[in-house]
Ligand binder design. Structure first.
Ligand code: NAD
Length: 492
């Protein structure tokens, strides 16, 4: 049974520009499909350069007044947006599950998670104050004022269609910026629903604009925004190659950038770890969203003294996971987003086996139910994984746990850091001295110590190295949308 959306107002199916829901300029559309069946079930505008330009025109016009709206008033609108998101939590959860494939409980969980950022940034809007600076000479007054950067372009990925929108748009609006947004082509419906609720919350026309586009058109839309000097900031979550492309293309207009890119998280289990806690932490961190998460452990290093015990406990848990469509309440792992994704996972597993890895469980595609395309992958554990295998150096983005054995702390830290990526890292140990030593040594923006679920609206989320720069969440997440104006006033 497909998931039904009760509040059909959440399905505008069009672009939103200057406060009006509209088709693409040339009337083009593209299809949205259900990852569980591969069948198309909706269509949205396939926008082109003209639509992208019109969105910037609207955002630029609206910026002049939105930046002057008192912070408390902006906060009230954002708070109403949060209330509406929570009031529609069930429908939004169903929509996420329908277009993205994650089990319904996770879809609803994502809505609550997204709302937590909206609420947080509504509150932060009222705290964006500046500094009074001690003057070096008598009679001078010196200030650092915070101002919104201007028009922000937000480009988001498919794996968290609600959370990625919330983490970008809520702080931008809170700071006094206006927004043009292009959501991922696989999951445009959740973003449109959230924008509909922002409209109902009282976000004024032109302040928040959204255009949808197919993979082919995405670059044309982005090109307009990259070339336009009125767009002062790009906030992007997605793959590292596209992030680097945007950074290069932003150079001519020197835009501010936030880039939340790919990861290759290590997960280290030391010999002094609480093994049950480590298994639980890995299950949470690895299998959320079927392993399609940027902070997913992608390389698991287990100390030789506890390796077999850990693998045996983990295997029991992994073999109990239920794979199936998002609409089945029993499902814990849904379908992967598309054929390309499931083929990549299978390629990584085959490559590992050819190079000597051992499949403990899983290791193949699945077809639960009748007639479903093979977008499902069996939860998999590989042992004997080596650094040269694709699954250890590229994001697999699926329900695969690649395990390697280690004997020495310095060596495992070297291996953990031996990657161009630096988003998240996790480790389990009960030795306080080791905890600080390892935390200091890991080259990542996020470290989970004896904890597998690290994200929170009050915490700075982001990476180093090829995982990008900029932070989302926390007070740092608001600063990304502001610049500092220094004012020096002489004696009158
Ligand atoms: P992607 O880079 O393929 O696409 C992301 C967005 O960029 C989409 O909206 C897409 O349409 C757009 N895009 C694609 N080509 C473009 C181009 N040439 N110019 C402008 N825009 C373009 O990434 P994806 O497959 O949607 O998402 C998965 C990736 O996102 C993974 O690498 C994952 O690790 C990363 N991710 C990172 C974080 C984080 O916070 N660091 C969070 C979620 C996902």
């Amino acid at each position: 049974m497909p998931l039904t959306i009760l509040n059909t107002d959440l399905l505008p199916g069009r672009n939103f520009i200057a406060g009006t829901w509209m088709e693409a300029e040339d009337g083009a559309v593209f299809a949205v499909s259900d990852p569980a069946t591969g069948k198309d079930f909706a269509s949205v505008p396939d926008s082109s350069a003209g639509d992208a330009r019109r969105a910037v025109d609207a955002a630029d016009t609206a910026f002049a007044s939105w930046r002057k709206v008192p912070a408390r008033q902006r906060a009230l609108i954002i708070k109403r947006w949060n209330d509406l998101i929570l009031a529609n939590l069930d429908d939004l959860g169903r929509l996420i599950s329908r277009e993205q494939g994650k089990p319904l409980a996770e879809g609803k969980g994502e809505v609550a998670y997204a709302a937590s950022y909206v609420e947080w940034f509504g509150e932060e809007a009222t705290r964006a104050d500046g500094d009074i600076i001690a003057a070096p000479v008598t009679g001078r007054r010196m200030f650092a004022l915070r101002e919104p950067v201007g028009v922000v372009a937000a480009i988001t990925p498919w794996n968290f269609p609600a959370a990625m929108i919330a983490r970008k748009i809520a702080p931008a609006l809170a700071a006094g910026c206006t927004v043009v947004c292009k959501p991922a082509e696989d999951t445009p419906l959740t973003s449109l629903a959230l924008v509909r609720l922002a409209e109902q919350a009282g976000v004024p026309p032109g302040v928040l604009n959204i255009v949808t586009a197919s993979r082919q058109q995405a670059a044309h839309v982005a090109d307009v925004w990259l070339d336009d000097p009125r767009v002062r900031k790009i906030t992007f979550t997605g793959s590292t190659p596209v992030g680097k492309l945007l950074a290069r293309r932003s150079a001519d207009t020197l835009k501010k950038l936030s880039l939340e890119l790919g990861g290759n998280a290590p997960f280290i289990v030391f010999e002094d770890a609480d093994l049950e806690a480590a298994v639980e932490g890995l299950m949470v961190a690895k299998f959320r969203n079927g392993g399609q998460t940027c902070v997913c452990p992608n390389r698991v290093y287990v100390h030789q003294d506890v390796h077999d015990d850990f693998v045996s406990r983990l295997t029991t848990r992994v073999q109990a996971l239920v794979v199936g469509p998002a609409s089945d309440p029993a499902s814990q792992i849904g379908p992967m987003i598309n054929t390309r994704a499931v083929e990549k996972i299978d390629r990584h597993v085959r490559d590992a086996v050819e190079k000597g890895a051992h499949i403990v469980t899983g290791g193949h595609r699945l077809e639960p139910g009748s007639g479903a395309p093979a977008h499902y992958y069996a939860p998999t554990i590989l042992t004997g994984v080596q650094a040269s295998m694709a699954c250890a150096c590229e994001e697999t983005f699926g329900p695969v746990v690649p395990i390697s054995c280690f004997g020495d702390e310095a060596d495992v830290i070297r291996q953990a850091n031996d990657t161009p990526f630096g988003l998240a890292a996790y480790f389990y140990s009960r030795d306080v001295r080791r905890i600080w030593r390892v935390t200091d040594a890991l080259e990542t923006g996020i470290v989970g110590v004896n904890e597998g679920a690290v994200a929170a609206e009050s915490a700075p989320f982001g990476g180093v190295k090829d995982s990008g720069y900029g932070r989302e969440g926390s007070r740092h997440g608001l600063e990304e949308y502001m610049h500092i104006k220094y004012v020096c006033q002489g004696q009158l």
